[in-house]
Design a binder for this molecule. Sequence first.
Ligand code: TRP
Length: 355
Amino acid sequence: MTTLALDPAEASFQRAQTRSAELDTEIARSPERFRVLTGDRPTGPLHLGHLFGTLANRVRLQDAGVEVLVLVADYQVIADRDDLGDLPGAVTGLLLDQLAAGLDPDRTTFFRHSAVPALNQLMLPFLSLVTVAELQRNPTVKAEAEAAGARPLSGLLLTYPVHQAADILFCGGNLVPVGRDQLPHLELTRTIARRFNQRYGQLFPEPEALLSQAPLLLGTDGTKMSKSRGNTLALRDDEDRTAALIRGATTDAERTISYQPDRRPEVSNLVLLGALCRGESPESFADSIGGRGAAALKAAVTEAVNEHLRPLRRRRAELTADPGAVREVLALGNARANELAEATLDRVRVAMQMS
Ligand code: TRP
């Protein structure tokens, strides 16, 4: 037998994968044992990458009977930018995208950082439990600092994994759906919980990562789908815009359509997108186009995407017509999050002899 020396990041990814599969079984058996905390920064429209990567997973957990809390991470917007943009519009848009995707406010709690003071206060004791060196070593923080280019690292960007620990621990969240890049953050949350418990007495559970099973979708240019690259297909786009964006997608010169992600990333990405929307395998979707070339592929993908999104877009339009309803969803969620956060902060104060 050969022993492979894995680098630590790869080893922790593999452990998380194994554990996630076990967790899926436990969720199906006893959903009531889990509380999921997850969230997004309100910085722009959600796109198809979000739909297949995270939204579908949130809906699946909700429908399985797990309690789900969804954070609108508004304080995180200013971690790496000076301009809040149209924050009210972004918050409403983010909620509309999620409600339209099937998250049900009767079962899922939506709340925002800025409305829950006790959550933010947890960051103070938590900051004392980590070192600056630990934060500087965090691979995601490093990558984000590099992506920010010449922009100096803000104190909030350096410490946002600690803020994220407060986001998760304030409600006793024990399950966090994450992509691979967020694993180091969750590890830090676990460290903070453990150190707090050692120093002040058992109070926080150590949350576990639930890795998304969804395959990675690329943008229309074959690189990572991201708002800043302008290569995304937004859920809220209309059918004509979706068609235009797919028509402009990068392909290659080979006529026969196949699914070979390593050799033909751009074409394979379109194939994957069409297949996900149609609920079939990429291979069979590619075969259905065969030798008819890229134009036929794009036409089929456009039809698949627009058809898949039609009910979501219809629901979104209905919800948009009733702005009071979205405000109400957030007000109720904020109230519930405040109850949980105040109860946790009270226990923290007692544990720390500050009450
Ligand atoms: N960092 C996440 C993002 O950029 C948002 C987020 C904030 C989050 N706090 C969280 C995600 C806690 C999971 C758990 O999208």
